[in-house]
Write a protein that binds this ligand. Structure first.
Ligand code: ADP
Ligand code: MG
Length: 152
């Protein structure tokens, strides 16, 4: 599997990177975010929302599982941290195969329910405000996206 490693040195840089991704996403895109607490998953989602033209402030949906925002395309922001019955079908497919962009924080908890084609992103702490952002595209459209992102 191809991996694309990127590095950011500030919250703003991560925001900018995620915004560029948000600008090129199409309907039915699925992005997963993994990383420790405070790695920057929600921060990344804010940037992505910005790129999608979402005007409202994006906050972590921890208590609701899914929050929906209106932009150039709808954004479905999921945080499945509190979904404990991982093998229970909670109807995620409506979002994954819908007309918007879905971002899933802690996606490994619902691994078996994720679509095969998606962009997996791992964010790692790399000291203070440094983050390593590893993109793992699954499917041709996501490989293309990653190549675009890598060349500024
Ligand atoms: P998560 O959703 O992964 O738990 P958050 O996005 O809520 O994490 O928080 C990430 C925190 O890390 C924010 O306070 C952000 O300002 C800070 N931060 C510092 N450096 C970076 C960076 N390079 N990229 C993203 N966030 C960063
Ligand atoms: Mg979060």
């Amino acid at each position: 599997m191809d991996k694309y490693k990127l590095h950011t040195s500030s919250p703003d840089e991560t925001m900018e990177l995620a915004k560029r991704l948000g600008l090129s996403l199409e309907a039915g895109s699925v992005i997963t975010l993994e990383g420790d607490l405070g790695a920057g998953k929600t921060h990344f989602t804010k940037g992505l929302a910005n790129g999608l033209g979402v005007k409202r402030t994006v906050n972590s949906p921890t208590f609701t599982i899914i929050k929906e925002y209106q932009g150039r395309l709808p954004l479905y922001h999921m945080d499945v941290y509190r979904v404990c019955e991982a093998d229970e079908d909670l109807g995620f497919d409506e979002y994954f195969y819908g007309d918007g962009v879905t971002v899933v924080e802690w996606a490994s908890l619902i691994k078996d329910q994720l679509p095969q084609e998606r962009l997996d992103i791992d964010i790692y702490h790399a000291g203070d405000d440094q983050r390593e952002i590893v993109l793992k595209p699954l499917g041709d459209r996501y490989i293309l996206l990653c190549k675009e992102l890598q060349t500024k």
